[in-house]
Design a protein around this ligand. Structure first.
Ligand SMILES: C[S@@+](CC[C@H](N)C(=O)[O-])C[C@H]1O[C@@H](n2cnc3c(N)ncnc32)[C@H](O)[C@@H]1O
Length: 920
């Protein structure tokens, strides 16, 4: 049976001609809120499930405020639009039953949505009077006191979560490009605009507020409205701009999604008319024949009278119709509507999901919507220039320099100074020999010199390469450097077949273009082709809209829309007000589609067929230790970069450049296995007896790594040239962007060909490439070892003995950063604060499975079994293309090693079953 608020909502919808397909139903779940489910019947793609007349849309233009503030200059999107719509919504909430939208408003959450922007906010701690709708709700849900209690808990949790999010992507998402905190803008707007307006309207006879029993406003109440806008608004069209769209906002988010909202964007910006209107004529008179868009007149103040009129509250009453009302245009055959359409078939009895944006990261979801996805491929880590240089320093001091842990049992002692050694992969032979001189003084001196000058410049050059030459992804976003891990992965996988077989320059150029689009095989994916757009062109500030007028942005949007199978005549509104897809000419779209499909022909599916690759996937860094993930990211980038720039890892083809191969192939399965499962592969039992403790694993891992390095040396010598040439990456010669890095060596041994990236590819012995590749990959492993070792040491010092599994990553690691709090509570607090609905949006199982062994709570240490090595890494997980080393929804980072090693994958799966855990 529908809850009372749902019943109220549905009645209101019926009165407002909102049509909901009988094959779906709205459900009011006491724990999770309102959501939409399919009923017994399957639903096909490309169907319309909900139609919402624009008369039912609540926007700044349609709200009761609009005719009270004729001069109201509302930006259609961006943070300005957000603030204005929050004001309009707030006003309607205050009007209560007098509001046209009252039936709809009652269905909205009564407490501020837990968006990250409000975590720990002082104002919300004082409490919100937002429940102006509360009296009508009493007895209807029986959850209000619980809601309030939860709210208060969340406020204190939020304070903690806010502290933990400092310096993370969450933090960054809460700021404008200029670094202004969105909450500061909100406060400023409230005091400069909202409060004075309410004061004015309370005394304005024509305002309904004048007779209202409680006409005053409060900041927490306004924040409540703001959070509703943040988590629910859509960009509807050029007239309404950012708007509340009843029923469309009942759909929860997932990626991929079943449905999306469509609406005609190109309406008259003055009156909202979809068809020709008087403003078009005025505009035509005004403009010469070259007017760019005849139907979209500029938002000229001289039209303010009709603006006021058009902005009057919507009504279905014929008596209110006027000549130029957009809502009652006599020429119009059909009402202008927003439609919720399917883009995927929906099975029976399934939750129907919208997407709030196909590229939203967890940080964005948390900041704007107050929840995160358990595993989000869109997650990125971004660097500001100063962070980048910090990172570089960190790398130089802690990472390029590695040390060997002491052998034997017990805790590894910190390395003595003279055991420092520079990674050969970053050194020319000359430099390496200086550093490795036998005289400790020379060694130390040269190390300092090297670190001071050469390593810095080499490492910096690599990073520069990453920044500027990265073949696919956005470089600088404002002042931030942005990477997307999926691109690294994809790019490491394949190049289009026809490029592999063509050596024509134009084809090689084409490859670059294609590379900007994640290629997916059309036949496999049908209409669900996935397109990457440049995040750098997406505006920030609660909007993410593509700037109009940027032709390349528009082109990308066209691609984006098209690949989601939308009819080209409709504007597809992605998510809740986050994205505008500008309508473009149908014929042009069709032409381009053909071209792109032509280009994509023969390419591989990213999801199904790409194998291999090292993928280090950072998740928002809730412990504030962003450096570690940045650091690992740099390595990941370097691995992929070196591979692409040198051609290492490419299998041979007759033409000299075939598929890329994964560097992970070069990491011995043993390492993968130990890292992944915390166990030693049976095949390698000769190498080591059973390992029981994390500490032993770490020691073992260190040993394996060292042995591997030694092996590399042998392999190099075995290849005839030895370390002299085999291990050297010559970074000194830069020939513009394309010629940055070559594998140097003797030309007689192999042929140097021009690869698709335009640099020399040395195709000498495969072993040699593997050696270099392995060496680079090992950096990643070493970094893990180093980090965990140091955590282990810290823990051991506390315990006075070697830590056992389950005792490793104690929260005490974080106590220096965070205020003290009992350990189990921290975790609970954090997760409750991060996901407004604890363990709902965070995939219950995986969170618990991940957290349980890491933190010792009252019930004692939990069983680690096959959970792997450090707190930054969650349990091994099978997926269709291998398994993830770690796939945690939280904590510092996720590292994903993929492999083709089916046997290994199966074994892990069997372990999982044996251990009674689900291999998700
Ligand atoms: C547009 S509303 C969706 C309807 C909402 N469930 C309700 O009760 O009204 C967006 C809000 O729903 C919740 N939500 C949507 N998708 C979610 C998801 N995948 N996981 C957790 N919460 C989600 C979040 O609280 C978000 O702020």
């Amino acid at each position: 049976m529908a809850s009372a608020r749902l019943e109220t909502l549905l009645n209101w919808c019926a009165q407002n001609d909102i049509n909901i397909d009988p094959r779906i139903e709205l459900i009011d779940n006491p724990n999770t809120g309102i959501c939409v489910y399919s009923k017994e019947v399957p639903i096909n793609a490309l169907e319309t499930l909900v139609t919402i007349p624009k008369t039912a849309v609540l926007s700044s233009r349609s709200s009761s405020l609009a005719h009270l503030i004729p001069e109201w200059d509302i930006p259609p999107y961006g943070h300005g639009a957000h603030l204005a719509l929050a004001l309009a919504l707030y006003y309607e909430i205050v009007l209560g039953p007098e509001s046209w939208w009252f039936g709809y408003l009652q269905s909205l959450p009564h407490e501020p949505v837990g968006i990250a922007l409000f975590w720990g906010s002082d104002e919300l701690q004082q409490g919100s009077r937002a429940n102006r709708l509360q009296p009508q709700q009493q007895g209807q849900q029986g959850e209000n006191s619980g809601e309030r209690r939860q709210h208060h808990e969340e406020v204190s949790d939020g304070e903690l979560a806010r502290q933990w999010s400092v310096g993370t992507e969450i933090d960054r998402e809460q700021r404008t490009e200029d670094g202004v905190w969105l909450l500061d803008e909100l406060r400023e707007y409230y005091y400069a605009t909202v409060e004075p307006l309410f004061a004015k309207f309370a005394s304005l006879p024509q305002s309904r507020l004048a007779n209202h029993p409680s006409p005053s406003c409060t900041l927490p109440d306004y924040m409540h409205a703001y959070s509703l806008v943040s988590s629910r608004a859509f960009l509807v069209d050029a007239y309404h701009g950012l708007s509340m769209v009843p029923i469309a906002d009942a759909f929860n988010h997932s990626q991929p999604n079943h449905v999306h909202l469509e609406s005609e964007y190109d309406v008259c910006v003055i009156c909202g008319s979809l068809s020709q209107c008087i403003h078009d004529e005025q505009e035509e008179e005004k403009n010469d024949a070259n007017a760019p868009q005849a139907h979209i007149p500029s938002n000229d103040k001289k039209h303010s009278s009709s603006y006021v009129h058009a902005a009057a509250p919507p009504t279905t009453s014929a008596s209110n119709e006027t000549d130029n009302s957009p809502l009652h245009d006599p020429d119009r055959q059909e009402p202008d509507t927003c439609d919720m359409c399917t883009n995927l078939p929906i099975p029976p009895r399934t939750e129907v999901f919208n997407t709030y944006g196909p590229e939203l990261t967890n940080a964005q979801l948390l900041v704007r919507y107050g929840f995160a996805l358990p595993s989000n491929d869109n997650d990125v880590v971004s660097w500001k220039p100063d962070e980048l240089s910090n990172m570089m320093n960190l790398s130089l001091s802690e990472s390029i320099v590695s040390y060997s842990s002491s052998s034997g049992s017990g805790i590894p002692t910190p390395p003595p100074h003279d055991s420092f050694r520079l990674q050969p992969s970053f050194l020319s032979k000359e430099e390496a020999s200086v550093v490795e001189a036998s005289d400790p003084e020379v060694r130390l001196r040269s190390k300092a010199e090297w670190l001071g000058v050469k390593a810095k410049s080499h490492y910096w050059m690599l990073l520069e390469e990453v920044i500027h030459v990265w073949p696919t992804e956005a470089r600088w976003k404002g002042s931030n450097l942005v990477y997307n891990p999926s691109v690294i992965y994809t790019n490491a996988g394949y190049m289009p077949d026809h490029v592999q077989h063509e050596e024509q320059d134009e084809d090689l150029e084409m490859y670059d273009e294609i590379d900007e689009v994640i290629v997916v095989d059309k036949e496999e994916a049908g209409d669900q082709l996935e397109v990457f757009t440049d995040k750098a062109k997406t505006a920030h500030g609660g909007a993410g809209f593509i700037q109009k007028g940027s032709s390349s942005a528009e082109e990308e949007l066209e691609l984006d829309r098209r690949f989601q199978g939308q009819p080209a005549t409709r504007n597809t509104v992605q998510g809740t007000g986050r994205r505008l897809h500008q309508q473009q000419s149908q014929s042009r779209i069709a032409r381009e589609r053909d071209q792109v499909y032509e280009r994509l022909r023969g390419t591989r599916s990213r999801t199904q067929k790409t194998r291999g690759g090292v993928r280090i996937k950072p998740v928002f860094c809730i412990n504030g230790d962003a450096k570690l993930s940045h650091h690992l990211w740099a390595y990941c980038a370097l691995v992929a970069l070196v591979r692409t720039r040198t051609g290492i890892g490419r299998t041979r083809s007759g033409h000299g450049h075939g598929h890329l191969r994964s560097p992970i192939h070069s990491i011995p399965p043993l390492i993968i296995d130990v890292v992944t499962t915390g166990r030693v592969n049976e095949k390698n039992e000769d190498d080591m007896d059973k390992v029981d403790t994390m500490h032993e694993i770490l020691q073992y891992l260190s040993w394996v790594v060292e042995r591997q390095v030694a092996l590399e040396g042998e392999m190099g010598e075995g290849s005839g040239k030895g370390e002299e040439e085999g291990m050297e990456l010559d970074l000194g010669e830069r020939e513009g962007v394309a010629g940055g890095m070559n594998v140097s060596g003797s030309a007689e041994e192999g042929e140097a060909t021009d690869g698709p990236w335009g640099m020399n590819v040395d195709t000498r012995t495969e072993e040699r490439e593997d050696v270099i590749e392995t060496c680079i990959c090992l950096q990643v492993v070493k970094e893990l070892v180093r980090t965990v070792t140091s955590v282990c040491n810290e823990r051991a010092m506390q315990l006075g003995r070697a830590p056992q599994m389950g005792e490793l990553l104690d929260v005490s690691k974080l106590t220096s950063i965070l205020p003290p709090l009992p350990e189990p509570k921290r975790v609970t607090f954090l997760f409750r604060a991060l996901g407004r609905y604890p363990f709902r949006s965070f995939a219950d199982q995986s969170v618990r499975a991940f957290l349980a062994p890491l933190f010792v709570d009252d019930s004692g240490p939990r069983n680690w079994n096959w959970t792997c090595m450090c707190g930054d890494i969650s349990s091994a997980r099978l997926d269709r293309s291998g398994y993830n080393l770690c796939d945690s929804p939280s904590l510092v980072l996720c590292v994903t090693f993929r492999t083709d090693n089916i046997e290994l994958g199966r074994r892990v799966g069997e372990d999982a079953v044996r251990d009674g855990r689900s291999a998700e």
